[in-house]
Design a protein around this ligand. Structure first.
Ligand code: PLP
Length: 437
């Protein structure tokens, strides 16, 4: 890893200069704290990104398998999106009044996910915060339940893991600012009995979960588990919130449509705006019927959630352009076979070297992890090896392939080619050969 760090530092003098300048005025030298997690002594500064390519300020071009950690899952700077944004920007970005695109967006989300009522948010973190607030208000119960080693953004109550039977703050999380032992119930993924036991205590408002864990490798649900989750939550009067922010990689309707899930509420963020900060959350008619604006005379005045820039004309134009032109069945039909090719290539390397690793795929997302397929988040967390991860990341980066940092994750889009995937397989194979030599 030290050699790769050295090679990276030598090859990126312009990024190094900018990083030094950034250190003088930006906390931690980056405009968003998670960016400090990039392996290497400083991050790559980006000059431009287009399609599935990214160019840095030193003039290196990368095959971008990170795609903004899902924020640009459909590809960078697609003309149909940038043109819609330019048109909208020229007609007013934000007014705190609805633009007509709002109706198109809500109808399209309703059609895709089978949930009739929608709201906008600035980010998936934001949407999750709102949804948790609704769930507590509707049920009158104080706690939210999440899966062990989940990630739903920097929502205080969700930054929790299990330590034996105790709920404790997630390692490395700043804060959280709430006492998670009081606000949160944590259950292991793929364990329906544990969920049933915990929800039977009667203090949980909602279960917020991804259909497959995607923030600790990819951990798939075992057969029957998600059906059991739905039955158990219903039986205990607990709202089921599905967070499709990452699992939208499974197809245009995420895992909800692909696997026939029936959430009470659904959150979708990152890719729906083609890179513009926006998210949305939807709900059943039953939930919506109890939540409405003051003009409608329903039970709750929803004005207690949202923000000044939420649902802006620019965000709505971005979602409209993205959903209508690049997050469609035909786009997944191109991207998913590339992800299959990625998985096959990585599997071949792992098997050739007899390593106890695996690669998991969900739709157009694939990720390798340093253990056999784990059953839950704790088992996956036990296999985290930041040193090894950093080495593989830097090795690929130094050879023109950009993986997502802090996971060995790849997203494939219609803008990648089979040759791009082969390039990853080649450099990954060389990295592993260097490791085992
Ligand atoms: N939900 C899931 C499942 C996520 O993986 C993330 C971020 O990785 C979020 C929510 C938060 O998204 P954002 O950081 O865009 O608010």
């Amino acid at each position: 890893r030290a050699d790769e760090e050295e090679r990276f530092a030598r090859g990126h003098p312009a990024s190094a200069d900018l990083a030094a300048a950034a250190d003088r005025s930006l906390l931690a030298g980056v405009p968003m704290p998670w960016m400090t997690r990039w392996p290497g002594r400083f991050p790559v500064f980006v000059e431009s990104a287009g399609g599935a390519r990214l160019t840095d300020v030193d003039g290196h071009e990368y095959v971008d398998l990170c795609l903004g950690d899902t924020g640009a899952m459909t590809g960078h700077a697609l003309p149909q999106v940038t043109e819609a944004l330019a048109t909208r920007a020229g007609a007013g970005i934000t007014t705190m009044l609805p633009s007509p695109d709002a109706i198109w967006v809500a109808e399209e989300l309703a059609r895709r996910f089978g949930l009739p009522a929608w709201q906008l948010a600035m980010s998936a973190t934001d949407a999750n915060r709102f949804v948790l607030r609704f769930a507590r208000h509707l049920t009158g119960r104080p706690r939210v339940a999440v899966m062990d080693w989940c990630y739903h953004g920097t929502v205080d109550e969700t930054l929790a893991v299990l330590d034996g039977d105790r709920v404790v703050p997630r390692p490395g999380a700043l804060g959280p600012q709430v006492d998670v032992a009081v606000t949160t119930a944590v259950v292991p993924f793929n364990d329906a009995e544990a969920l049933d036991r915990r929800l039977a205590e009667g203090d949980v408002a909602c279960l917020l979960m991804e259909p497959a864990l995607t923030n600790i490798g990819i951990v798939l649900p075992e057969p029957g588990y998600l059906d059991a989750v739905r039955e158990i939550t219903r039986r205990h009067g607990v709202l089921l919130v599905v967070d499709e922010t990452h699992t939208l990689c499974a197809g245009p309707g995420g895992c909800t449509v692909a696997w026939g899930l029936e959430p009470d509420l659904l959150v979708v963020g990152k890719p729906i705006g083609g890179g513009v900060p926006v998210a949305a959350y939807g709900m059943t008619a039953e939930v919506a019927g109890r939540l409405s604006g003051p003009m409608k005379g329903h039970e709750i005045d929803v004005a207690g959630v949202g923000g000044t820039l939420t649902g802006s004309a620019l965000a709505l134009a971005a979602v409209r352009a993205t959903l209508s032109t690049c997050l469609r069945e035909e786009d997944f039909a191109v991207a998913i076979p590339l992800a299959e090719q990625f998985t096959a290539g990585v599997t071949e390397v792992i098997e050739r070297h007899g390593l106890p690793w695996h690669v998991q795929r969900l739709g157009c997302r694939a990720e390798y992890w340093f253990c056999p397929p784990p059953r839950d988040g704790a088992a996956a967390a036990a296999a985290v090896d930041e040193e090894l991860e950093g080495f593989l990341h830097l090795w690929c980066l130094n050879r023109g392939v950009l993986l997502t940092p802090f996971h060995n994750m790849a997203l494939l889009s219609p803008h990648h080619s089979a040759a791009d995937v082969d390039r990853h397989t080649e450099v990954f194979g060389e990295a592993v050969a260097a490791l085992v030599a």
